[in-house]
Structures are given as structure tokens and as C-alpha cells.
Design a protein around this ligand. Structure first.
Ligand code: MG
Length: 124
């Protein structure tokens, strides 16, 4: 099972006027989506962090916000959605792009939605 994590407004949240911006890009304050990151730390499948802004952007942001111990891959969304398989999870603030995949058994969630995942511990 793979979870595909979008970057902008999913892994990181842009907040104009935020009181405690984590850092900023081009003057826009933003902060990591802590709850999502904590969930990824507990997730036992594969993690792909990807962005429509490209693989290097995804890598840059992932390095900034994800723990060094977390294993993940980075990719560009332009690589294509064909790599998403039934049973995989997609977390994205623009869920509408993935709606058609629901009928193929892909689980689609917004950045702040809770999602369940099977644990390898205890077997299947
Ligand atoms: Mg986004």
C-alpha cells in the first residue's frame, strides 16, 4: 500500500497572517501539517511525496518538514496518476482531481481528514 501526499496546502499549509509562521517561501508564511506528518510516522506502507511543481520542489519541502528518520520517495505529479493502485491512499487538498479513482478502490482524503490504514503488526 502506498500513500501519495500532495505538498502545497496538504503537507504544508500556507497561512497568510499566521501568528506563528514556520517559515516562508516568497514572503508567504507557511507551516507544516503536523497531524498529517505524525500520521505518516505511524504509517507502515510506502510514502510518496509529490507535487505538481515537480520532484525537486517535493524533495525540498519534504526535507524541511519530515523527520530525518522517515523513509519516503519524492515525485512529480506529472509522472502520472497511473502509478496509483487500488487500495492506495491519496491525500490532497484538491480531491476533485482524484474523484474518478474512488470507483477503482483508491482512498481519497483531504489534508485534515483522518484516514485509516492497516498495520503490519498483527498480520492480516
Ligand atoms: Mg495542493
Amino acid at each position: 500500500m502506498v500513500v501519495f501526499i500532495d505538498v502545497d496546502n496538504t503537507l504544508i499549509i500556507y497561512r497568510t497572517g499566521s501568528i506563528h509562521p514556520y517559515w516562508s517561501i516568497a514572503g508567504k508564511p507557511l507551516q507544516p501539517n503536523i497531524k498529517l506528518i505524525e500520521k505518516l510516522e505511524r504509517f507502515e506502507g510506502d510514502i510518496v511525496v509529490w507535487s505538481g511543481r515537480g520532484r525537486e520542489y517535493a524533495r525540498r519541502i519534504a526535507k524541511m518538514v519530515l523527520p530525518e528518520t522517515l523513509r519516503y520517495q519524492v515525485d512529480s505529479k506529472l509522472s502520472g496518476f497511473h502509478q496509483i493502485k487500488p487500495g492506495d491512499i491519496v491525500v490532497d487538498d484538491q480531491k476533485e482531481y482524484f474523484t474518478s479513482m474512488k470507483e477503482h478502490g483508491v482512498h481519497i482524503f483531504g489534508p485534515f481528514e483522518d484516514w485509516e490504514y492497516p498495520s503490519k503488526k498483527g498480520g492480516n
